[in-house]
Design a protein around this ligand. Structure first.
Ligand code: FAD
Length: 367
């Protein structure tokens, strides 16, 4: 085990354009550090998660629709190779390694420092609302309607549980109740979870949810019929398993815009390169207490994933893409990335790690 948690400092360039972030930092510390400079970086939506794994797998941020994946904002990466040398990969030097580190996983060395482009975002609007269970289809419809819009400043995540539904809205400018989220405003709410707030990026991260284990995931094209069908399937399973094992689960749908992938391509490309329209991302968080119930609880995620695939194929809505950072250990995200890119990743791994340390002694990069 290599403990790198003390490599956790953050600094900013004199022109405030690049933040230099140590791999041991947590995202919350990074946002707090940058707040007084009136800039931020793209990063995770939950503060206590680490910097390294998120960036190396790509990274979906609140601001990804406009600025791309977190890895697309990289300017340079300091890497310690398996046999000892330390180098800084950037668009001019060791570009192949730099490209691989933008979403190709932890397959090439230990990345000890990330130079991230800052974005001029400080004050933003956000709110989070609870809806009653009878609003499930209405929320899925509102989500699909919102996905049809083209305002890149407004990402949203919906999380449905058997007991209530929660919709988190974030707008990357200090504009209260921006029109892009109109499909949600007209639904009848149970209660506000976080009231309509103009706050900072740092303050948003402080109030966002808990860290929980995750299940497999699936991607499809926007299709509200499909959302309804798979949600109904999941609700039946989740309710049964809740009764049998007391497990709590959520049905979470996020969103990656087409623009996010286009920005990635403009910024030199990345291994995730896919060319489709918007991608809704389904994942699930689950918590339970008894180890003996592991298989039963996981079966809800696995069967719902299979349902997305089957129903997605039947309606021509399946997107064969699995995002590494949310993938379950029994999934193979790289098999869903462009084959030429995966071949390139393998060649780069051999070039920088001849003995394959990062595929054999240290696993987790799916290569
Ligand atoms: C509560 C929660 C919320 C999340 N929210 C988001 C989100 O908003 N957006 C998103 O895109 N993803 C999200 N994720 C997924 C997250 O991106 C992945 O779990 C990611 O792996 C976390 O990075 P880490 O460094 O904390 O993980 P770790 O488990 O520490 O690392 C993951 C893998 O990468 C390797 N690794 C880590 N750092 C380095 C490094 N510097 N150099 C080389 N190898 C390294 C590790 O050895 C391991 O194999 C979330 C996860 C959780 C648990």
């Amino acid at each position: 085990l290599i403990d790198l948690s003390r490599l956790n400092t953050t600094s900013i360039s004199t022109d405030h354009q690049i933040a230099s972030v140590g791999l041991g930092a947590h995202w919350g510390e990074v946002f707090n550090y940058l707040d007084p400079f009136n800039v931020t970086v793209l990063g995770i939506r939950i503060p206590r998660v680490g910097v390294g794994g998120l960036i190396l797998g790509g990274g979906i941020s609140h601001f990804t629709s406009e600025y791309g994946m977190v890895a697309d904002t990289l300017k340079n990466v300091e890497v310690v190779l398996a046999d000892g040398p330390i180098l800084t990969a950037n668009p001019e030097e060791d570009f192949d390694l730099f490209w691989a580190l933008k979403g190709g996983g932890s397959n090439f060395g230990i990345a000890t420092r990330f130079g991230l482009a800052t974005v001029p975002i400080k004050n933003i609007w956000f709110q989070s609302t609870l809806y009653a269970p009878d609003q499930a289809f209405a929320i899925l419809e509102a989500f699909a309607a919102w996905q049809g819009g083209d305002d890149l400043k407004g990402p949203t995540i919906i999380a449905l549980t058997p007991a209530y539904y929660i919709v988190g809205l974030v707008y990357a400018a200090p504009i209260e109740k921006p029109p892009t989220f109109a499909p949600f405003y007209e639904k009848s709410i149970l209660q506000p979870a976080v009231p309509s707030t103009i706050g900072t990026v740092a303050s948003l991260r402080e109030i966002i949810g808990r860290n929980q284990p995750k299940a497999p995931l699936r991607y499809v094209k926007v299709n509200v019929e499909l959302y309804r069908e798979v949600y109904s399937f999941w609700l039946r399973k989740a309710t049964e398993v809740n009764a049998a094992a007391g497990a709590n689960m959520t049905f979470v749908v996020q969103h990656i815009s087409k623009n996010a992938f286009e920005v990635g391509n403009k910024n030199g490309g990345n291994p995730l390169r896919i060319s489709v329209d918007i991608i809704p991302v389904w994942t699930s968080v689950m918590d339970w207490t008894q180890e003996s119930e592991d298989e039963l609880v996981r079966s809800v995620g696995i069967e719902t994933t299979a349902k997305w695939r089957e129903a997605g194929k039947a309606t021509g809505s399946e997107v064969p893409f699995i995002y590494m950072n949310d993938a379950s250990t029994d999934q193979d995200p790289l098999a869903s990335y462009p084959a030429t890119g995966v071949a390139r990743l393998k060649a780069i791994a051999i070039k920088f790690d001849r003995s394959g340390i990062f595929q054999t002694l240290k696993k987790g990069g799916f290569l």
